[in-house]
Design a protein around this ligand. Structure first.
Ligand code: ADP
Length: 453
């Protein structure tokens, strides 16, 4: 439950950030637009007002200490109304708009001020001039603040009504976008949690096709779950296989000991029981030591003693050790071993490989059959190839991949005392020598193992 809140919390945070930035963006752009337009309009209005007033000065002259106003002096030019005052703001001439009043003390020479009077804004420009013998007079232009400036105010008012709608819309849009973006993440989290809590490793996220980051992430997780499931199942299988393999010799040892303790009468009989116990003990010991070696190799702990070894001699020697076993089945060896082939290998390990493959060829080879053992260099002389072929029972096509698995036996009834660990060890040793091994086989015709070093 807590984690649900956490994932929604990220959505909420992104949503809030998104809305905050939207509000900021809209407000600041509105402000910039209105500020600029207001200033442009105001400055054009101001210039116009000032021009009109200053132009009126040409119509004033002084004669005998009196102000003479030219007959062409207009007191109303478009929106601007002109009036003239003496230095104490006593009205002399001109027009003042209806509804316009102002405190004369605020008048400053050559300055435009905005005056509020009767709910309306006015631009007022005052200019003081010195008319020689008459003294100083004020000339004032008054212009109502209507037209463009009011239009801007209307736009601002409408914007403030529209803006909240716009924000709500963008918030809904943002919410839908983040929700959709988070759906795959939510699925990934849910499946991972279900696997964790329910131990059901067969579940997959399965986001479907797509090559964006989330699909790649989900696919990577699915591949990881596949590997986890396989490795988990292998572990379970391995434990069951080990227990199974150890159970038979342990049962034999226990039965023989029980029998010896209660029923043995002669030394001969006792010797026989001990022989059986020893044989089963050796089987267990071999199994345990093979398992240990495999585990060490898999963990990279097995020490490798790499030396430049005469591989041809090593293979000849291994064949020799198997001659007895071959003779027991009247199997003939054909060796095609090119002499003096050297390789940097761990002698004991590679000997294990050869022994395993040759003894398998004999075990699964046919009575009176032939085993061919070859060693040669490839055409470019940079690869060593060894082939061990028999004309025995062969391996079914669909089993070919499985023979490398620990404890795997195609037909346990034909494998005698062996445990099915041999080929997994062979593969591991060859891999650790950075080589390759593969198998070709035809059921009933024979099998060939090829090693490339
Ligand atoms: P095992 O100890 O049972 O021989 P391996 O790991 O050496 O175990 O081999 C695994 C299985 O592969 C064997 O049980 C056998 O079924 C099959 N196999 C191995 N080598 C051959 C071969 N030359 N011909 C036919 N089957 C073979």
């Amino acid at each position: 439950m807590k984690r649900f809140i956490n994932s929604n919390w990220i959505q909420l945070k992104i949503g809030l950030w998104y809305m905050g930035i939207m509000i900021l963006l809209v407000l600041s752009s509105l402000y910039i637009v209105f500020y600029i337009s207001e200033n442009i309009i105001h400055s054009s209005v101001r210039t116009y007002l000032k021009d009109v007033v200053i132009h009126r000065l040409d119509y004033l002259t002084i004669k005998n200490g009196e102000i003479i106003i030219d007959s062409n002096f207009d007191t109303m030019i478009q929106n601007v109304e002109i009036s003239i005052y003496d230095k104490d703001f006593k009205f002399l001439y001109g027009n003042s708009p209806n509804g316009f009043e102002m405190d004369n003390k605020k008048s400053k020479d050559d300055k435009i001020i905005i005056v509020r009077s009767h709910n309306q804004k006015w631009y007022v420009y005052n200019k003081m001039i010195n008319l020689g013998s008459y003294g100083k007079v004020w000339i004032r232009g008054v212009m109502p603040n209507i037209g463009q400036s009011n239009a801007i105010e209307t736009v601002i008012h409408i914007s403030f009504i529209i803006l909240p709608f716009f924000l709500i819309l963008s918030a809904i849009g943002g919410y839908i976008i983040t929700k959709n973006a988070f759906t795959p993440i939510e699925k990934i989290r849910r499946i991972a949690e279900e696997i964790n809590e329910g131990n059901d490793l067969s579940q997959r996220i399965d986001l479907g096709k797509g090559d964006d980051e989330l699909h790649t992430l989900a696919n990577t997780f699915d591949v990881m779950f596949d590997r986890l499931q396989t490795s988990f199942e292998n572990e379970v299988q391995f434990t069951s296989d080990v227990s199974h393999e150890l159970r038979t010799p342990i049962t034999v040892i226990l039965t023989q000991s029980e029998y010896g303790k209660n029923h043995i009468k002669s030394v001969e009989e006792a010797k026989n029981s001990f022989k059986i116990i020893e044989k089963e003990g050796q089987k267990m010991s071999k199994l345990v030591s093979q398992l240990l070696t495999l585990a060490r190799m898999e963990r990279g702990k097995q020490k490798f003693n790499l030396e430049n070894i005469n591989l041809s001699e090593l293979l000849e020697m291994t064949v020799e050790t198997q001659i007895c076993a071959a003779e027991a089945k009247n199997i003939k060896f054909i060796t095609k071993i090119v002499p003096e082939i050297y390789a940097k290998i761990d002698e004991m390990m590679i000997m294990r490989v050869f022994t395993n493959l040759i003894s398998n060829a004999i075990s699964y080879g046919k009575q009176n059959g032939t085993v061919i053992v070859e060693l040669f260099l490839d055409e470019n002389k940079n690869k060593i190839i060894s082939r061990i072929s028999d004309d025995g029972i062969g391996i079914p096509k669909d089993e070919l991949d499985k023979i490398w698995l620990r404890f795997y036996q195609v037909d346990p009834s034909k494998s005698g005392d062996s445990s099915g660990l041999g080929l997994s060890m062979v593969k591991k040793i060859i891999e650790l020598h950075k080589g390759e091994i593969f198998v070709e086989s035809e059921l009933g015709k024979g099998t060939t193992f090829t090693i490339i070093l």
